[in-house]
Write a protein that binds this ligand. Structure first.
Ligand code: ADP
Ligand code: MG
Length: 233
């Protein structure tokens, strides 16, 4: 599904540069559920953004679903992003003036799906996250957990092969975090490949594999051995 070899990334700061990713090697197979952990500033978001084609590495290899991701035009990157990837963010990133079903329908609009079909598919996905009755509500009328469910429905709307999440529970209380994680686990049980960034151990333990980053290097890459259900407090 995803192959990364010797990936490097630096950011310019003034006259020098900050070496953020220092030779990352990472393979993720279809059906995996991987947590990327590490303290603040360790390069987690940078790595996820490169995987999500929102940013590009300086050197190294990145192959997504057999496709080398290199020197893509912005237009081509957008097409691949739409086709392969769904995104979930800590801050939900919903559009404030659009209601729940309109938010979910947005990726379908970018895929050129016709209006009626968009509406039907968006409603289907809202139903899947348990929010069919909230379709007409604006984000400000929803709780944090409900907003993240809408965001998940939106991420799923275009049927992506890979779901990327950056601190998906970072803005939620513990109970709601676990509810959202249980839902993401269910998506994984249904076959969706999931890669998420988190700095919370209990959240990472609800994934199947944990990759630990430190100062831009992978320090550890382990399977989660406990029954995942045990972690659902
Ligand atoms: P994490 O998500 O693990 O907290 P990030 O990948 O966001 O870490 O950031 C890694 C390091 O790179 C940090 O020191 C951060 O300040 C720096 N950084 C991130 N993005 C940029 C950018 N666009 N320009 C300059 N420095 C950046
Ligand atoms: Mg981050």
């Amino acid at each position: 599904m995803l192959k990364i070899h010797q990936l490097h990334k630096s950011y310019p700061i003034g006259d020098s540069s900050l070496h953020v990713l220092k030779g990352i090697d990472l393979n993720v197979e279809e059906g995996e559920m991987v947590a990327i952990m590490g303290s603040s500033g360790s390069g987690k978001s940078t790595l996820l953004n490169i995987i999500g084609m929102l940013d590009e590495a300086d050197s190294g290899e990145y192959i997504l679903d057999g496709l080398p991701i290199k020197n893509l035009t912005e237009k081509k990157a957008a097409v691949y992003r739409n086709k392969f990837l769904g995104f979930i963010f800590q801050s939900f990133n919903l559009i404030n003036y659009k209601n729940a079903v309109e938010n979910v329908a947005l990726p379908l609009y970018y895929q050129g799906v016709k209006r009626k079909e968009r509406q039907e598919q968006a409603m289907f996905h809202l139903g899947k996250v348990g929010l069919a009755d909230w379709a007409k509500h604006l984000p400000k009328e929803l709780s944090g957990g409900q907003k993240q469910r809408v965001a998940i429905a939106r991420a799923l709307a275009a049927n992506p092969k890979l779901l990327l999440a950056d601190e998906p529970t970072g803005a939620l209380d513990t109970k709601t975090s676990h509810d959202i994680m249980a839902f993401i686990q269910q998506l994984n049980d249904e076959g969706k490949t999931i890669l998420m960034v988190t700095h919370e151990e209990d959240i990472a333990n609800m994934c199947k594999r944990i990759v630990r980053l430190k100062d831009g290097v992978i320090m550890e890459d382990v399977k989660v051995t406990q029954d995942r259900a045990e972690n659902y407090v």
